[in-house]
Every structure is written in structure tokens, then in C-alpha cells.
Design a protein around this ligand. Structure first.
Ligand SMILES: [Zn+2]
Length: 229
């Protein structure tokens, strides 16, 4: 068994990892990984740089909770392990994912593969040059509807993520509600990374809604503790 699970998979798209929470298999590139440090604590492998045996999870807070309840870390690492707080870990992955998304936007901007604003993005979609479209979460309803409709019609992937203010970083500081990426490779990376960020965000929201004793504020408080440490 060890031999098959230790294939040199690298970052290849075709390899799968089983979630330690729900036991579902996910493509490696959309699966989250944690390693056990020498003190026995699980550390999120935020940028794919930590070595050693890994524990894999869906980008879903529910799976983090399942892993904690089932003591999955002990099972995976075959020794006493401290998993940590599910929300804190999920938030660390979410922050890292958003960082990755922004860094892909930066690369696209620097190399001239980013188109910004309604008029230009519409043109690029119609010309078949847009590979990936991003609509800010606070875009106007009419803009959002128009771009989504046009993207769907032209079979271009779109996501609704981040805010007009965050996207302004890629538009010389001017508010930006819609952008398009014209580079296929960057678009593929964005497809994976935004799916992680969106699934994590939704699962965190859902968890807070299902557990009214947890306010968003108290969860964010816990998250701050982790960042400070
Ligand atoms: Zn899972």
C-alpha cells in the first residue's frame, strides 16, 4: 500500500488524495494538505512547501471538524498528534488561497494578460480571448448579470469572488468590479485556487449559520490569534 501511495505525483493534475474527514477522493491540486511537525502539531502546508507524510482534507470546514472528532491525525500520522482548531486551520488555508489568487492576478497584470473593466472584459469575452472572468462580490446586480450571461454564452469560466476594493489593486487603485485573464495556464490555476477559496468561504459561513452560538466575530477572533502566532 505504501508503494502505491508514494508515487511521485508532484503537481500533476491526475493524482488523487483521500480526505481524512469524509474519505472522499479529491484531485490533489484542489485538496488541502497538513503535515505533523516534530512537536506533534499539525501544520497547514499553505504553499505546498512542507515535506513529510501528509494528511489531506477537502476545502470544507465540515471535513476539518470530522477529522478533529475522529482523531484522524493520529490515524494518518500513526502517533499522537494535535490537530488544532478546525476554524483556525480552515482560515489559514483560506487566507493562503486568497494570497495565491492575488499573486496570480499580479503575474497576469505584469505580463499583460489581465483585462480590466466592463467594456474591455466584454470585448475580450466576445472575441474569445478571455480564459477566466472574475466578478467582484459587490459588483452591481446588472453588471454581474450581464457579464455572467455573456461568459456563459461564450463558455468562459467566471467566478464571483473578492471585493471591488481588493480588485482595485490590479487597476491602479481604481475600483474594479470585473476583470478577465487571457492566459490559459493562469486561468487553470485560478480555476483550482478560486474553487478552494469559494468552498472554504461557503463552508465557514454555513458552519457559523448552523451554530448560532458562534458569531462571525468570535470565529475571526480565533483566526487573529493564529496569525499572531
Ligand atoms: Zn472531505
Amino acid at each position: 500500500m505504501a508503494a502505491t501511495s508514494r508515487k511521485k505525483s508532484g503537481r500533476r493534475g491526475g493524482s488523487y488524495r483521500t480526505c481524512a474527514g469524509c474519505r472522499q477522493r479529491n484531485l490533489r491540486r484542489v485538496s488541502l494538505r497538513l503535515v505533523r511537525d516534530s512537536a506533534g502539531k499539525c501544520q497547514p502546508d499553505l504553499f505546498g512547501k512542507l515535506t513529510g507524510r501528509g494528511m489531506h482534507l477537502c476545502p470544507d470546514l465540515a471535513c476539518f471538524h470530522k477529522a478533529a472528532e475522529q482523531q484522524a491525525a493520529k490515524r494518518v500520522f500513526r502517533q499522537a498528534s494535535e490537530f488544532g482548531q478546525p476554524q483556525v486551520l480552515a482560515d489559514a488555508f483560506l487566507s493562503a488561497s486568497i494570497k495565491q489568487i492575488e499573486s496570480i492576478f499580479s503575474i497576469a497584470l505584469r505580463s499583460g494578460w489581465l483585462s480590466a473593466g466592463r467594456t474591455v472584459v466584454k470585448q475580450e469575452i466576445k472575441r474569445g480571448r478571455a480564459a477566466f472572468v472574475v466578478i467582484s462580490q459587490d459588483a452591481s446586480a446588472s453588471l454581474s448579470k450581464e457579464i455572467k450571461g455573456l461568459a456563459d454564452k461564450n463558455k468562459v469560466t467566471w467566478v464571483e469572488i473578492l471585493s471591488t476594493k481588493v480588485l482595485s489593486k490590479f487597476h491602479k487603485g481604481k475600483p474594479l468590479a470585473v476583470l478577465a485573464i487571457r492566459h490559459r495556464g493562469l486561468a487553470r490555476r485560478l480555476t483550482d485556487e478560486t474553487s478552494i477559496a469559494i468552498k472554504l468561504t461557503e463552508s465557514i459561513k454555513k458552519y457559523i449559520n448552523n451554530n448560532p452560538q458562534l458569531t462571525a466575530k468570535s470565529v475571526r477572533g480565533k483566526m487573529r490569534d493564529q496569525r499572531a502566532g
